[in-house]
Design a binder for this molecule. Structure first.
Ligand code: GDP
Ligand code: MG
Length: 406
């Protein structure tokens, strides 16, 4: 549990900026189905910053602009489909981030996970109000745990433990929660690992991947701030070249955090941009380069091919890179996240996970199911849109928070 320093927001944006910044609102409901906040209004959008001078065109082999009128290329057909899915969030993406409340991370985590914990604990309480533990109760509890997306294996483990230790005895919901916490911690403990930036890799290259709207760009902004705070020299590459709004969104994060952003006009080839970014970051001796990518559904083969190509190009310039390939998962997507992890891991060699939007769902238990099935490292979780709403993931805190314990 880390305490957030008071006044952080003012230091980041300046006190005047803090006063002028309107309150950010979450994206449209179709992407955050359980979020109830109103959609972004155009009034809340800050003026776009002056574009930074684009670096010289690539000398790399892969830097080829998309041919023909964009609307006719398959990439753009897919991009347009994605935009339709994206809806008004293209606007929301350029919105500023609301100031964080100066409270401790655990409090923010607990309130972020409140929907998940409320759902779990109220269901558990409903099952166990001073009842003897019998088969019927255990079955009811198993259903509750499965509905909370914890996964069948974890649900079964919890049930087995209770059956072994408490069968035919009085149990309270608190007893059950204690078993729940222990089991979740057991599953998450081995995968909860901070993202280590290997200082011998200059730059340490992070590739951010995931489906559309999963929180890649926002997470990059949050990470950039964290690294800048650590005194690192950070470069961001606007690899979501499908949409101008996505490039602008990253640029705004660059302006806020002081990280340099390298970008190309919308429609440019992402591999070419990646090539340039790695080359430039190497030449400038940057500590960290984070490469954004366009969202892609895992069942879009052509887009997964494109991702493989990006990785090949990065690897050509810097063998061993990307040093971290982070998959962002939107917790509100529930079970589909399992499929995303499977396919992205196969195609892109995911090295770690970031789960976002845990504040917008009652289905936070999905992280436990994913950890159990894949054993992939979980580096960070996001519990809000604010720059401070990303924190290194710890199993104990998560388990306590999701079980509704203080
Ligand atoms: N509530 C909440 N919203 C988030 C979180 N992370 C990202 N978002 C929002 O989700 C939306 C999509 O995020 P974005 O970073 O643009 O997704 P991308 O398409 O993967 O780059 C934006 O409105 C973000 O502000 C989070 O942890 N909690
Ligand atoms: Mg993005």
């Amino acid at each position: 549990m880390t305490d957030k320093k008071p006044g952080f927001f003012q230091r980041l944006f300046g006190s005047e900026a803090a006063l002028q910044i309107p309150v950010a609102t979450p994206g449209p409901e179709e992407m955050l189905p359980e979020t109830v906040a109103p959609a972004q209004t155009p009034d809340a959008i800050v003026p776009l910053p002056e574009p930074v001078a684009a670096p010289e065109p690539s000398s790399g082999p892969e830097h080829v602009p998309l041919p023909g009128p964009p609307e006719t290329t398959p990439e753009y057909v897919v991009a347009l489909e994605m935009q339709a899915h994206d809806g008004a969030r293209a606007l929301a993406e350029t919105a500023p981030i609301a100031p964080a409340e100066p409270r401790g991370w655990f409090a923010r985590l607990a309130s972020g996970l409140k929907r998940s914990s409320d759902q779990l604990t109220s269901s558990i309480s409903a099952v166990f109000t001073k009842r003897k533990l019998d088969d019927a109760t255990l079955e009811e509890l198993e259903n509750v745990l499965i509905q909370a997306d914890l996964g069948i294996e974890t649900a079964t483990s919890i049930i087995d433990t209770l059956r072994r230790d408490r069968f035919d005895r009085d149990v309270s919901d608190e007893d059950v929660r204690a078993v729940l916490v222990a089991e979740i911690e057991k599953v998450l403990g081995p995968v909860a690992r901070p993202l280590e930036i290997d200082a011998s890799q200059k730059p340490f290259i992070i590739l951010m991947i995931g489906v559309n709207g999963s929180g890649k760009t926002t997470t990059i902004g949050k990470l950039a701030q964290k690294f800048v705070n650590e005194g690192k020299s950070v470069m961001l590459a606007a690899g979501d070249t499908f949409r101008a709004a996505a490039i602008e969104q990253l640029q705004i994060w660059g302006d806020r955090t002081g990280a340099t952003v390298i970008s190309r006009p919308a429609g440019s080839d992402v591999s070419g941009l990646a090539f340039d970014a790695v080359t430039q970051a190497c030449a400038e001796g940057r500590d960290v380069l984070i490469i954004d990518t366009a969202g892609r559904l895992q069942n879009r083969d052509e887009l997964m091919n494109e991702l493989e190509k990006v990785i090949r190009v990065i690897n050509k310039v810097d063998p061993g890179a990307p040093h971290a390939t982070l998959l962002t998962l939107d917790a509100t997507t529930g079970q589909n996240a399992l499929k995303q992890v499977e396919v992205f891991s196969q195609r892109a060699g995911v090295t770690g996970l970031v789960m976002t939007k845990l504040d917008g769902t009652a289905r936070g238990g999905i992280l436990v199911a994913i950890a159990r099935k894949f054993g992939l490292l979980v580096h960070f979780i996001g519990v809000g849109e604010d720059v401070g709403d990303l924190e290194a993931f710890t199993a104990a805190d998560f388990a306590q928070a999701i079980a509704g314990r203080d």
